[in-house]
Design a protein around this ligand. Structure first.
Ligand SMILES: *Cc1c(COP(=O)(O)O)cnc(C)c1O
Length: 462
């Protein structure tokens, strides 16, 4: 077996890691993993880490899950892959039927890709092409929300509003119309989440009033804008969007890549608004975090607009691994677990326990806006560092020492755990999160001491 040090050195020399300034690894260590089991990742030296963010939000039922393993192994011995043009196979048929049924057959046509950004590209292209086929050739623009994240391919960046990911590529990107985020944290005095939702929807209405004739679609992350810091909104916003899209003949694209698969409490986030979009994108959790798979579900009306003798009116997007049987089997095994284990009901009780456990963190003077939606928990931390690594990198390092995988977004700490934590693992999640946060706050530039002094003064006065 090669040593950890050698693994790290060889990785840094040959592997270009994602979402990483490689030079930061001169200070922040890379962790060489050996294996995973349930919610735990084990490194080469036997240290373990509770995967509190489901390995970038993909892993729903733990690592090396016996049921998903068995399904993939069985498929591996049958048909590992075949092209999906001109051929079909049981896994892709079963998965398409199951997903259609989960939408009450409102979204009965499934188009597959391998990653989330590609699903977004497909939805954007399908919407555009739909309007071309309908003779509405001037509908070529999109609307997206402030703080939106829809992936990092060039097309997806056009509807993504995260400066850090866009900045360097500005000249390549075809921008969309930006409208307000309905983020409930913006509520002013006497306002609630619904009022913020209505205010944000009014801005969409304004844009549609002016330009609906040029707009193909509006794209939204239903209920939680995850990548820009777990910004949560009221389902009323989605109802308003659906009504506005209907009134102005514009498509609604729901990006459920992060929020789908039970993450917000219902299988699809859109269910909480009692609406269906024209396109629904899924990825991340759909394969249980096993294999790259994404899917765009669409309506009969969309499908019919492409159904024609003329090949050019068809949707020709071609991808080599479309509908990969192994990935589809992993997805089917994932859906089986949802059905067999009453996952959504169990998660509801689990979410309540986690929120109760987070109250002691919420009481810290530097912590703001503890919030929750289904199995997403987040809070913002008021701490700054003039020198050295950022807050997020410090928490990552502190958490690793406490047997925990955390990866904050800026100063927002979030938990998106897999749906399998037992009581001891839940207790570890909460304790290690608090311990890591307290350790980093102790290093913060003055902010911590000042806040402590203020709190002590307030307590003394009370
Ligand atoms: C992660 C994510 C994507 C992109 O998915 P990739 O598989 O990383 O390309 C798109 N939209 C949302 C909402 C996401 O969270």
């Amino acid at each position: 077996m090669i040593s950890s040090a050698e693994m790290v050195q060889r990785s840094l020399a040959s592997v270009w890691h994602p979402c990483t300034q490689m030079q930061h690894h001169e200070q922040t260590p890379l962790i060489p993993l050996a294996r995973g089991a349930g919610p735990w990742l084990y490194d080469q030296d036997g240290w373990r880490y509770l995967d509190a963010i489901s390995s970038w939000w993909v892993n729903l039922f733990g690592h090396a899950n016996p049921r998903i393993n068995a399904a993939v192994i069985k498929q591996l011995e049958t048909l590992e892959h075949a092209m999906l043009a001109g051929f079909t196979h049981a896994p892709v048929i079963e998965l398409s039927e199951r997903l259609s049924a989960l939408t009450g057959h409102a979204l009965g046509h499934a188009f597959y890709a391998s990653d989330g950004a590609s699903a977004i590209e497909i939805a954007l292209k399908m919407s555009f092409h739909y309007w071309q086929n309908q003779g509405q050739k001037e509908k070529q623009e999109y609307i997206c929300l402030r703080g939106s994240y829809h992936g990092e391919t060039v097309g997806a960046l056009g509807v993504t509003d995260v400066a850090l990911f866009r900045e360097a590529y500005g000249a390549l990107i075809r921008p969309a119309h930006l409208v307000a985020s309905p983020d409930a944290r913006q509520a002013g005095a006497g306002e609630d989440a619904q009022a913020v939702a209505l205010r944000a929807a009014a801005e969409v209405e304004n844009v549609l009033h002016r330009r609906a004739g040029q707009i193909a679609a509006i794209i939204v992350e239903p209920l939680v804008q995850c990548a820009s810091g777990m910004q949560m909104h009221h389902p009323l916003y989605l109802q308003k969007l659906r009504a506005l899209c209907d009134a102005h003949q514009v498509h609604l694209i729901a990006d459920e890549i992060a929020v789908g698969c039970g993450r917000t409490g219902t299988f699809f986030a859109c269910e909480q608004a009692h609406i269906w979009p024209d396109f629904l994108c899924l990825s991340k959790g759909i394969s249980g975090g096993y294999l790259p798979l994404s899917v765009v579900l669409s309506t009969e009306a969309v499908y019919q607009a492409f159904y024609d003798a003329d090949i050019r009116r068809g949707f020709l997007h071609s991808h080599s691994y479309t509908g990969n049987p192994l990935a589809c089997r992993a997805a089917l095994a994932t859906l089986d677990i949802f059905a067999q284990d009453d996952v959504l009901a169990r998660n509801q009780a689990q979410a309540q326990r986690i929120m109760e456990g987070l109250q002691s963190i919420a009481a810290l003077p530097q912590v703001r806006h503890l919030r929750q939606c289904g199995m997403i928990f987040a809070f913002d931390v008021d701490a700054s560092f003039q020198h050295g690594p950022s807050f997020a990198r410090r928490i990552f390092a502190a958490a690793a020492k406490n047997e925990l995988l955390l990866r904050p977004i800026g100063n927002t700490v979030y938990l998106m755990p897999p749906y399998v934590l037992n009581p001891a693992e839940t207790a570890h999640l909460l304790q290690a999160t608090e311990d890591s946060l307290r350790a980093v706050l102790r290093e913060a530039d003055g902010a911590y001491d000042a806040a402590r002094a203020q709190q002590s003064a307030a307590e003394a006065a009370a």
